[in-house]
Design a protein around this ligand. Structure first.
Ligand code: AMP
Ligand code: MG
Length: 422
């Protein structure tokens, strides 16, 4: 990976250094520093879901490749809509996968079924509901419109047409279209291997006894599950105490085996917060601290040539910063343009009390009223330690730094916590 670490000195001259870096500036710095990982692999289509394409794919031929009937009915040679009462003699039958080899002349028809190749000479298909059948003669009993009900030989794609560019995230519809155009496999970019370290003296594994002052370690599970939801796997998970030697060992091992190293906790300025000094000692600190709530303690830098994300210890802050900064970075390492969550304007369902200070991402539920109007309802206490505020959240309300109390009905920008389906 050819990436230019940003010199730590640049922090000193940053006007935001005291408060931390604004989220959009932080994102810009992170993305500017990253390059896609090398390599590619070829996968069967279904196995490539969610991966990023590594090649240009062109249609090998016209698709469907023949003119096809859109209806069950009768094919006729008339090139303008025939009048009611017109009659034709039925000469043959064409079905999907069973073409009729003849040609028809004026006054003749063929029985034709949906998806059947349209024989030479046939200019339109009459829906079977519009005709009366008597032996091998059909009579038009209704008015017909201008639609000939025939799909073109290259409706889905023309031969050599570009179906896929490199750097595109593969969705069900894209994969289905490739299959429909006769392709069985696609080259994809490697997914970054993620190493995740949860740090803290107080952490004990869930399921184990908790001694006085200990807490059950949740960031590992929360982040691994979040990353999986976003299409990434965690290659290795570690837990370490706030001990420089233990942290050094864990960080170096993860940097050795993974493409991205992520830690949580220990990245503030307390006596036991070793992450930033260790990053400075073993690698490079590109920036430290975000001007954001939740998520002020945050470090980005380089460790053994790998991008490093030092996320906050509080679970909500860790998850929110992972979504805002780590996710775009992972997409960039995969060679895809980072997708942004859709943003919309929503009204607050109830007043929101807050002090001006830091920009805030507030967790909320999207409520749809009977008239279709949408409203945001806060997901309870916004403490960055309360994972409950993330549960079922549909929105991250974007509240500007200088904003104080907000009344019910106030309009806010919000990120919609939804991923594309097709
Ligand atoms: P720190 O950033 O290390 O000061 O941690 C901030 C808060 O997050 C503290 O209350 C920690 O106990 C808590 N915390 C840190 N790591 C974790 C973790 N892995 N799981 C749950 N809580 C954590
Ligand atoms: Mg700590």
């Amino acid at each position: 990976m050819a990436a230019e670490p940003v010199a730590p000195e640049s922090i000193a001259s940053d006007p935001f250094a005291a408060e931390g870096l604004a989220l959009d500036q932080a994102l810009e710095q992170v993305l500017a520093a990253l390059r896609p990982l090398d390599g590619e692999e070829r996968l069967p289509l279904a196995a490539a879901l969610g991966r990023v394409s590594a090649e240009v794919v062109r249609a090998p031929a016209d698709v469907p490749g023949f003119r096809a009937s859109i209806l069950d009915g009768y094919g006729i040679a008339d090139d303008t809509p025939p009048p009611r009462g017109s009659r034709w003699r039925v000469r043959g039958r064409a079905a999907a996968g069973a073409p009729w080899a003849g040609t028809i002349a004026a006054g003749e028809a063929i029985r034709i079924l949906t998806g059947a190749p349209v024989p030479d000479g046939v200019q339109r298909v009459l829906a079977q509901e519009l005709v009366a059948v008597e032996g091998d003669v059909i009579t038009l009993e209704a008015q017909v419109g201008p639609n000939p009900w025939i799909r073109s030989a290259h409706e889905e794609a023309a031969a050599d047409q570009v179906l896929l560019e490199p750097g595109v995230r593969l969705t069900p519809a894209t994969l289905g279209r490739l299959a429909g155009c006769g392709l069985a496999a696609v080259a994809v970019r490697p997914r970054p291997r993620i190493g995740l370290l949860s740090s803290g003296d107080e952490l004990v594994a869930p399921g184990e006894e908790r001694a006085a002052g200990q807490i059950w370690e949740s960031n590992g599970t929360l982040l691994e599950a979040l990353l999986r939801q976003l299409g990434y796997g965690v290659a290795e998970r570690r837990v370490a105490a706030d001990d420089p030697a233990a942290l050094r060992e864990a960080l170096l091992a993860l940097a050795d085996r993974c493409d991205v190293v992520v830690s949580t906790g220990g990245v503030s300025a307390g006596d036991t917060d070793w992450i930033r000094p260790l990053l400075a000692e073993m690698g490079t600190v590109s920036f430290w601290k975000l001007f954001l709530k939740p998520g002020r303690p945050f470090a980005f830098g380089w460790l053994g040539g790998r991008p490093f994300f030092g996320l906050p210890g509080n679970p909500v802050a860790a998850a929110v910063t992972a979504l805002q900064l780590l996710w775009p970075a992972l997409q960039c390492l995969e060679g895809a343009e980072p997708q942004r969550l859709p943003r919309l304007r929503v009204r607050l369902a109830a007043p929101l009390r807050r002090k001006p200070g830091r920009p805030e991402l507030v967790r909320a539920h999207l409520m749809v009223a009977a008239d279709g109007a949408v409203q945001a309802e806060l997901a309870g206490s916004q403490a960055s330690s309360r994972i409950g505020s993330l549960q079922g959240a549909d929105l991250l309300l974007e509240i500007p730094a200088e904003q104080g109390d907000l009344e019910a009905g106030a309009l806010l920008w919000a990120q919609l916590l939804r991923l594309p389906i097709f």
